[in-house]
Design a protein. Structure first.
Ligand code: HEC
Length: 231
């Protein structure tokens, strides 16, 4: 037990502390780079700068990773970037092949919903099955719209939906420019924007953005459109 032993012990404790600090710093690093850049516009030059920077971050993390934990963190970063890039591409207007099966985000504008639906083909018969709750939506929900809309007691009766739009709704100045698909999409996704008289607000549940994919919404609209429309 000499003076040397004490010095060694101090050194070991000191080295341990250093390792701990280094570990903490390393652990913090991926989190720091995960934060998405504040506001990136959809301008191609902005997107290019932004994606280049994010990819460079991921590459650096991969290059520096040697132990399993750091490699895992670097892979996690890669995964997050993938998700983030996908979301950004969608926000900027990309329409992937399987968009019909994708859920409709609550913040998506009706214009964008219409733009997406224009790339799909609607099926009124499937729409009817969805409406009656006899088939599940792409998001695996049973809708049962007819539970409320079968008679005129609690909600506008299904029969004549198109005619009511044609003869009443579209005569209103705010709906003069909109076609039936636009009106129906809004009525289903954001029921409180226009409340059909004499029914009250908040009676039609504002939950269908969660339950519907784009294909479901289009099929429902094609079905409603077929209600009362002259051949
Ligand atoms: C809990 C009852 C209820 C359910 C379930 C319901 N609705 Fe409604 N819906 C209403 C009521 C009440 C209104 C009228 C008030 C309003 O405009 O919000 C309405 C209005 C509408 C309108 C406008 C009708 C018109 O003639 O202008 C459409 C279209 C519509 N619903 C479609 C649907 C679809 C599609 C579903 C299923 C995905 C559905 N609703 C489920 C109660 C319901």
């Amino acid at each position: 037990m000499g003076k040397d032993n004490k010095v060694y012990r101090t050194l070991i404790v000191f080295a341990g502390l250093l390792l701990l600090i280094a570990g903490l710093v390393l652990a913090q690093e991926p989190a720091a780079t995960e934060t998405p850049a504040a506001a990136v516009s959809c301008d191609p030059a902005d997107l290019h700068a932004y994606t280049t920077e994010r990819v460079a971050d991921a590459q650096a993390a991969l290059a520096e990773s040697t132990d399993p934990e750091a490699i895992n963190a670097a892979l996690g970063q890669l995964y997050l970037i993938g998700e983030e890039f996908k979301a950004r591409a969608l926000t900027c207007g990309y329409i992937p092949e399987n968009i019909g099966q994708m859920p409709i985000d609550e913040d998506t504008s009706i214009e964008r919903v219409i733009e997406v639906m224009d790339t799909l083909t609607g099926d009124p018969l499937r729409g009817q099955l969805l409406y009656l709750g006899q088939e599940r939506s792409t998001q695996n929900a049973t809708l049962g719209c007819s539970g409320c809309h079968a008679t005129g007691d609690v909600a506008p009766i299904t029969e004549g939906t198109w005619t009511r739009w044609d003869e009443e709704r579209r005569l209103l100045p705010e709906y003069a420019e909109q076609d039936f698909a636009h009106y129906a999409a809004e009525a289903i996704l954001h029921p409180n924007v226009y409340v059909v008289p004499p029914y009250g607000e908040n009676l039609m549940p504002a939950i269908y953005t969660l339950a519907l994919g784009y294909q479901d919404l289009l099929d429902l609209i094609r079905f409603l459109e077929s209600q009362d429309q002259l051949p």
